[in-house]
Ligand binder design. Structure first.
Ligand code: HEC
Length: 443
């Protein structure tokens, strides 16, 4: 039986709190879309809008490797539970498989195995318990089932009426649950690809889902703010912890501690006990969406990340919400008045391009000194081969053409997203701003 309990957050619980337990780490030049942790290797991974994933030693969050293979934002990452493989998936419709042994022992630039077959972005990845099969959830409305050994797409599960946002294996390993924007959690037979039935009908899109085999419990979050639990064995522990409010965009469940954590589009982090449904922590952690979270085993801690470029780690034992959260104003929203050209840059370019001489880890190369520069000339930036091969110099005219006709026309094959700026005045203002802001500083 499904029963609903609503808990009102104890808003005024911030009385005698002293610990500032928000440790923040970054290696990214863009918002973070995905996080995962591997108990077997004690590594964590963050997937970013800056087109890369970063692998971390989880103790102390030291950066181990920066993974450059995707041609667009990286949305999802997952480790196999045997600690052998890491998979990443992105807006470029591609999945890359990385050997964890190579990540730990290999040289700085390590290779990956690309898995291609989806026709829209990949938003969630999950390995089977034996690490031999990978599930990919895509906005092409399907779940891909991949043989890890051969890199072959075995079959696609087709039945969702819209994007698929997450898919997980049932405990037996013979069935798959998938959650979609059509509001359903659907059950499938892995072997035959046959659709069995709908398990949850939320009415609104289901954005995220996580599964814990120890508890045999699914946790999901939806566009209508629902934070729900489904116990697969006998449905005795089905629970809606919350309904209403901003969309839920992140979830993580930990069997050992029986805890579940959710994150919302407005930066709320909620941590609850899955057994009785008590909400243990409920606070606003960031100004902006929380897109990813991962509970560390035994609820030793929680990693979460989102619009700000940081991975935040908080301890959960004796955790108290600090009375003053770290200052985390959103980037690209300067308070002082700005002119139209600067506004164009802030809105349309700054998330991917910096303007300074130092190499910042953005999705695109720095635009410092761009006028008069040959295309593809920033040392150390991993340009696409198509862009590097072009014979073009950046001038007021060529940058104007880039956004009048679009990168797909001016720099075909490039990793730059297709974007046109229709109004001549906006392009003129942008270029006049760029001329000011990218001019090399003479010492
Ligand atoms: C989502 C990320 C993204 C956004 C937004 C974006 N770019 Fe880019 N841009 C890139 C990437 C990635 C490349 C490198 C393309 C390649 O290697 O194929 C690039 C390349 C360029 C280049 C060529 C640089 C060189 O060194 O040859 C210019 C110029 C440029 N962008 C200008 C802009 C401007 C101006 C805007 C805003 C109107 C913008 N970009 C918005 C990702 C972005």
């Amino acid at each position: 039986m499904v029963y609903i309990r609503l808990f009102i957050a104890p808003i005024f619980m911030l009385l005698t709190l002293s610990t500032h337990a928000f440790d923040r780490y970054t290696a990214h030049g863009g918002p973070i879309k995905g996080l995962a942790y591997s108990e077997a290797s004690n590594l964590a991974v963050s997937a970013s809008f800056d087109y890369t994933a970063v692998v971390w030693h989880a103790d102390g969050m030291q950066e181990l490797k920066r993974l450059v293979a995707h041609n667009a934002a990286v949305n999802a990452a997952a480790f196999s539970s045997d600690g052998q493989w890491l998979a990443t998936g992105g807006d470029d419709f591609a999945i890359h498989l990385w050997s964890v042994d190579d990540l730990v022992n290999g040289s700085e630039s390590i290779g990956s195995i690309p898995l291609t077959g989806h026709t829209a972005k990949i938003v969630h990845l999950e390995f089977s318990a034996d690490g031999r099969t990978l599930l990919s959830s895509s906005w092409d409305h399907t779940v891909g089932i991949w043989d890890v050994e051969s890199g072959q797409l075995i079959r696609q599960l087709k039945g969702h009426q819209g994007p698929v946002n997450a898919a997980v294996f049932a405990t037996s390993g013979e069935q798959v649950y998938s959650a979609g924007a059509d509001g359903h959690i659907r059950l499938w037979n892995l072997e035959t690809g046959e659709y069995v039935r709908s398990l949850v009908r939320n009415g609104f899109g289901i954005n995220v889902m996580d599964f814990d085999p120890v508890l045999d419990l699914l946790a999901y979050g939806g566009s209508n703010g629902v934070m729900g639990l489904v116990s697969l064995a006998d449905r005795s522990r089905d629970l809606e912890l919350w309904v209403g409010g901003p969309p839920v965009l992140a979830v993580s469940i930990d069997g050992a501690s029986e805890k579940v954590a959710f994150g919302t589009a407005e930066g709320r982090v909620m941590i609850a006990d899955t057994y009785v449904g008590d909400i243990e922590h409920d606070f606003t952690a960031v100004k902006g969406p929380v897109w990813a979270m991962s509970l560390l085993p035994n609820a030793e801690g929680l990693l979460f990340a989102g619009l700000d470029d940081w991975v935040t780690r908080i301890p959960l034992q004796d955790f108290k919400v600090p009375s003053r959260l770290p200052d985390r104003d959103r980037r690209f929203h300067p308070d002082e008045p700005i002119d139209n050209g600067q506004r164009q840059f802030a809105r349309k370019c700054s998330v991917c391009h910096s303007l300074t001489a130092s190499t910042e880890r953005r999705a695109g190369p720095t635009l410092y000194g761009v006028f008069g520069r040959k295309v593809g000339a920033v040392a150390g930036y991993p340009y696409s081969p198509e862009l590097k091969a072009m014979d073009l110099v950046w001038t007021e005219e060529t940058i104007d053409a880039l956004f009048r006709d679009g990168p797909d026309v001016v720099t075909p094959g490039s990793k730059m997203p297709i974007q046109r700026i229709k109004a001549q005045k906006d392009r003129d203002d942008l270029i006049s701003y760029l001329k000011r802001a990218t001019a090399p500083v003479t010492p």
